[in-house]
Structures are given as C-alpha cells and as structure tokens.
Design a protein around this ligand. Sequence first.
Ligand code: AMP
Length: 357
Amino acid sequence: MPIAPGSTIGILGGGQLGRMLALAASALGYRTHIFCPDPDSPAFQVTANRTIAPYGDEIALKTFAQSVSVVTYEFENVPAETAALLERLVPTRPGAKALAVAQDRFTEKEFVRVAGATTVRYATVSSATDIAAAVAATGLPAILKSRRLGYDGKGQRQIERAEEVEPAWLELGAGDCILEGWAPFVAEVSVILARASDGAVATYDVPQNTHEGGILRRSVVPATVGGATAATAVDIALRIAAALDYVGVLAVEMFVLGDGTVLVNEIAPRVHNSGHWTIDACVTSQFEQHIRAVCDLPLGSTERHSDAEMINLIGHEIDRWPNLMGDPTAKLHLYGKTEAREGRKMGHVTRVRRRQT
Ligand code: AMP
C-alpha cells in the first residue's frame, strides 16, 4: 500500500540533503518531520515538524516514530541502535543492512566484492603490527582511511612511502583503518539509481565527477567516458542495490581506469551530491525519486532533457551569490546555512543546455 500524499515522512538528519528531500516531499503534497540534534539545521527552515534531540534519545525517537508514516535518512552514519529502534516501530527505508554496509569502509568493500564488483586492493590496519602486511597487500602509493565516520576526504591520508603509514595511522587516532591501493583513474563517475520495494529500478544517466581535496567540486552529464563504460557502471550499481534488497535512492561512486575497468569506491545509501543536477535536468529529481520509493509510489521518469554541469559552492564561494543570481545561465541553489566555514557545502549552481546527444 502506498503511503499517500498528506502523510508525514520522517527524515533523520537536517543538512542540505534533508532540506532538498523535504522540498521534494512538499511538492508531492507530503509533510515532513525532521529529526536532528543541531538546532541550526538548514532543513528545519523548510519543515513544519522538527525534533531537536540526540540520535540516541529513545524517548524522542519513539515520539518521532509515532508521528510519521515512514522514516528515511539523509546520511549514512545514523547509529545502528537508532535505526534498529525505529525499524521496530515504523517502516524505515532503506533498512539497517544498507546502513551497516555503508558505515564501515572495510565491510563495504567486502560486500561489494561478494555482490560481483571490483575494488582497489585493500587491507585493514588496526594496530601498528598490521602495517607491513597491509602495504604488501595494497602496494604503494596508497590511501589510509578511517573505517568509520569519514566524509568529504576527512579521516584520510595519502601514503607514498611505507614509513608514512604509522604516523598517518596515529594522526587518524590509531583506530580501525583501511589501507587502499591508489586507483590510477582517468575519470570518476557515480551511478544514481532508485529501487522500489517490489524490485523495480530506475537509473539516471551517469555523471562524471571531479573532486578537490576529497570534496566533490563538479558533476557533468553526459560523462565523457563511453557508453559501454557507463553501462558497466550501471550494471554494477544494480547488482549492489539488489544484494542490499534496497529501497530508495542509492549512489555508487566509482573509478574508471585507462583500460575501461570500473572499480567501486564507495556507496551512499541516500541521495547524493553528484545527483543534484537531476533537479534541473531530469523529469524526476533524485529527491522526488527517493520520496516516491520510500512511500511505495511508482518510480518517476529519470529521462534527462538537458545536458548539465553542477558546481558546488564551498565555504566563502557562496559570497559570489549576487553574481550568480544575475547570471542567466546559472540555476542557483542555496542551502540557508548561516556560517560559511571552510570546506562546508553552502549551495550549488547548475548550468543546463539543451541535450546534445
Ligand atoms: P572517498 O571519501 O573515499 O570517496 O574519497 C574522496 C576522493 O578521494 C575520491 O573521490 C577520489 O578522488 C580520492 N580517492 C579516494 N580513495 C582513492 C583511491 N583508493 N585511489 C585514488 N583516489 C582515491
């Protein structure tokens, strides 16, 4: 049974993704209730119902669950106990399995390999004695990453020489890490797809992504990688979605090597920054699509009517808003954040032109 317009959708997390989900839900006639510990959350500006409480507050979570017809989330680091508690009370989509896989870079790589995808070489580093074997397994150069709670390049150190691993591991807090072999990629792409509870899927055209300092700078569609590579990428992402028995929008970030090999970098069980262009270039945006999937509505058309380039506005780049606002080629999206801290995503700008291919 679909969850009908007029119902309330619960969203965990109050950042820009929660905000854009709430806006899309609103356009379909839904109400939203946003749960976030930060009173200054940008998503609170666009919802009538909010709970300001820690994710571990059981009483607040129960009250929240009673007030909504379905729960979804805008970030993958929802604590496992929070997801488990909510799942017992109300449909929670995607489910705890997708969260568990995406929260740990090692579990994630093991999972995607079993699902039939290829990754860079990797090995865990949980103590200084693991380092020599890990370097032997991955080769150099490599990247040391915290297994949990890293995002936008945080919790990562590039490694050129074996003796750099131990200081890097200490700098990252001497906890559970993963050493990844360096992927000599010629392009980065991502697959954004939606999967419904009956297994129906809808995929978007594959964007090509550029990162700077671990943060997404730019996504462009169509990608310059060929159609065959894009098709391989989509096929890999569909296998992962099926293996997760996934419901909602899923993003899979990938590296494309010179010989066309596609390696999975990471998965995001949520709407994704590299899918923001879908708002302006597709019949159904990734945000609307996610709302449709979690409410058991038919998935919308992912048809792309325009070519698009999306550029993130990071930190003080937001100060350019008057120029961008006056630029007839720019579609500006601002997230309503008050403080422009370094590395913080403040908004994005999309430029579209009539589809060429
Ligand atoms: P991540 O947080 O793992 O998505 O990493 C952020 C960005 O760092 C990626 O999009 C790549 O541009 C780069 N990166 C991460 N891991 C690797 C790797 N194993 N090889 C090459 N580049 C990487």
